[in-house]
Ligand binder design. Sequence first.
Ligand code: ZN
Length: 261
Amino acid sequence: MAIRVVVWGENIHDRENEVVRNLYPNGMHGTIAEALNHEADIEASTATLEQPEHGLTADRLAQTDVLTWWGHKNHGGVDDAVVERVAQRVWEGMGLLVLHSGHFSKIFKKLMGTPCSLTWREAGEKERVWAINRSHPIARGLDPFFVVPQSEMYGEPFAVPEPMETVFISWYDGGEVFRSGLTYQRGAGRIFYFAPGHEVYPIYTDPNIQTVLRNAVRWAFNPAKPLTGITDAPNRPVAEALEPIAERGPSLHVPGEAGFK
Ligand code: ZN
């Protein structure tokens, strides 16, 4: 069975900005989904902010193996209930790819637990993306580095937790460097943050970028049966031990209180 991907796009600049509209007539999400659907083992569809529940109903998320997230203009417009729902699915085992300005999304900040801020400059600079973890599955098929001819500079310090792995580091014309490809695990879910993707440049049509996205989808896919009910599960008292034990006081909790027999 193919990996079921939902490509989520904020779809604001895609519609309202003429430059972006010309680069991505079907929206950035449309271009990304098309690139993923090029592969027989990936089945990608799209969802956008303006749809009911942002296109991310509980049923849809239950049928999603990997979610990709691109937002910029209206992170605050994403409903907190949907953010909770996405986080729960990540903890259950859904993969999450956070793209470019998605670093400042509610879902990424929640899962990282840090401000996720960075420095930036929009000057159409050349970005050299170094695959510093050459044996990582997300770097498969890439040269030691590739160049994005025009990019938005994202610079350090990037206020994220120390990643599980650093796959890519970028260098820009202006001299800054940035940890541009980072992996995390939260609960049973794998997360990949990937920096290139500013909307006024044709970055998502770049073959190297598309290779990274396909590799990342495959890496983030967790084929195990999803864990369910994680956030609903309360702490539970274990009334009886499996082996004989000698009870030693004092005890705070007493039989008869909530949770005890
Ligand atoms: Zn940008």
